[in-house]
Design a protein around this ligand. Structure first.
Ligand SMILES: *Cc1c(COP(=O)(O)O)cnc(C)c1O
Length: 426
């Protein structure tokens, strides 16, 4: 068995792009879980905004890491420790390229987007970035992961939270945003793409506005990085977070990007081993970024497998993936809106392949259960966006979310099951 590092090194960081449409049937065969049947039918997995399924190359990378090179990193004097460390750092390089960061040191491995946002929120608080009366600007479409950490900052510092309102088409009210951002604004925390409406926010423009006011910008990229190329330098944001498991990688690994100068001044969240330079009982000096933020044994296998997922995605080409997903989105919108009583939320011109809807007279959870019985996996609920649900005036929606491996046949099954639910309940 080749070692994990040999195998990783064999795959180029940015492989040649496979342009043209994806061969979806061929691609599906690379995802073992998609072969499953559920409730007596072939699985139609349309819950990709919650988590994506994993291709064999990712599962293999995980197994190869644990089967050949597993050791603790950054301290082994032995060969395995060297291999594990090199594999971990190679994965960091892959993420750097994936996000177009300037240097690998700007990439911090964390558990997921949630931890990344908490790390920034707690770090900025400790750094003294927020004072009484300062303002943190959020948007009406944020996931709880990009709301709750800022409420703690508010409670700890006396900063105020302000919320950019939503227009009826599911886009942010950018005029209101421009009026809201001013000298008191210290931070803008905004999602790149909404996990409910799909809306892709104009991050670059929002960053420019924030920058002019001297505010920092934290971008929640959990619904964007799997659908379109992300260039953090072009976006100009200070911090960017995403979760490996939504980009075809494993759970328990995610990324915080921070501009080098921002990370240099940010205090760590987790204190302990791996993140120190020297320790006495009197005092401790911390290691440099990114290691300062990776206290404790990191998820090395997860990082290596995330590197394999990134190779896989870049090998297919995010443009090709995005184009296919957009055609699924258009097809899904057509099929669902034809059904009487279906109401779809959001019509942003630029959106991720996510459709949130309700069926008149049927509770979202009941509809989700009916779809499950038909072998169609969707999410039903508030999608960790209770404030957005309140704005939309519904307690819950059903959400179908697409990935590279979905097909129009699966969408037909979704639409047929929704239509039969309508007939039963009508
Ligand atoms: C999934 C998601 C998160 C949280 O990601 P975790 O992997 O659960 O940490 C945050 N924001 C958005 C928009 C999401 O979709």
């Amino acid at each position: 068995m080749r070692s994990v590092l040999q195998e990783q090194a064999r795959s180029p960081v940015v492989p040649p792009k496979a342009w043209n449409a994806l061969d979806v049937q061929e691609l599906r065969a690379e995802f073992p879980l998609l072969m499953r049947w559920v409730r007596g039918r072939p699985l139609a997995y349309l819950d990709n905004a919650a988590t994506t399924q994993k291709p064999a190359v990712v599962l293999d990378a995980l197994e190869r890491y644990y089967g050949t090179s597993n050791a603790n990193v950054h301290r082994g004097v032995h060969l395995l420790g060297e291999e594990a460390t090199a594999a971990f750092e190679l994965a960091r390089h892959k993420v750097q390229r994936f996000l177009q960061a300037r240097e690998p040191g700007e990439i911090v491995f964390v558990k997921g987007a949630t931890e990344a946002i908490n790390l920034v929120a707690q770090g900025l608080t400790r750094q003294g970035w927020f004072r009484q009366g300062d303002e943190i600007v959020l948007s009406a479409m944020e996931h709880h992961a990009n709301i709750v950490p800022w409420q703690r900052v508010r409670d700890d510092t006396g900063a105020r939270l302000r919320v950019v309102p939503l227009l009826d088409d599911g886009t942010l009210d950018l005029d209101a945003y421009e009026r809201m951002v001013g000298p008191r604004t210290r931070l803008v925390a905004v999602t790149h793409a909404s996990n409910v409406l799909g809306t892709i926010n104009p991050i670059r423009r929002m960053v420019e506005v924030a920058r002019e006011a001297g505010a920092r910008v934290m971008v929640d990229g959990a619904q964007a990085a799997q659908h379109e190329p992300v260039d953090v330098q072009e976006l100009g944001c200070d911090y960017y977070a995403f979760s490996g498991h939504k980009v075809y990688g494993p759970m328990g690994i995610g990324v915080l990007y921070g501009r080098a100068d921002r990370l240099d001044e940010l205090p760590p969240l987790l204190l302990g081993g791996e993140m120190i330079r020297t320790v006495t009982f009197e005092s401790t000096t911390f290691a440099d970024a990114p290691y300062r933020f990776e206290g404790g044994t990191p998820n090395v296998g997860g990082a290596v497998a995330l590197g394999a997922a990134i190779d896989y995605v870049l090998g297919l080409g995010l443009e090709a993936i995005g184009a296919w997903e957009q055609s699924l989105l258009a097809y899904g919108l057509t099929q669902l809106t034809r059904i009487p009583g279906v109401r779809v939320f959001g019509q942003a011109p630029r959106r991720a392949p996510v459709i949130s809807f309700v069926l008149e007279g049927v509770h979202a959870h009941d509809l989700g259960t009916i779809l499950d019985a038909a072998g169609v996996a969707v999410r039903a609920g508030h999608h960790c966006c209770q404030p957005l649900m309140a704005r939309l005036g519904v307690p819950a929606t059903v959400r179908a979310s697409f990935a590279m491996y979905n097909t129009t046949e699966e969408i037909d099954r979704l639409a047929a099951a929704v239509d039969s639910a309508r007939q039963v309940f009508a």
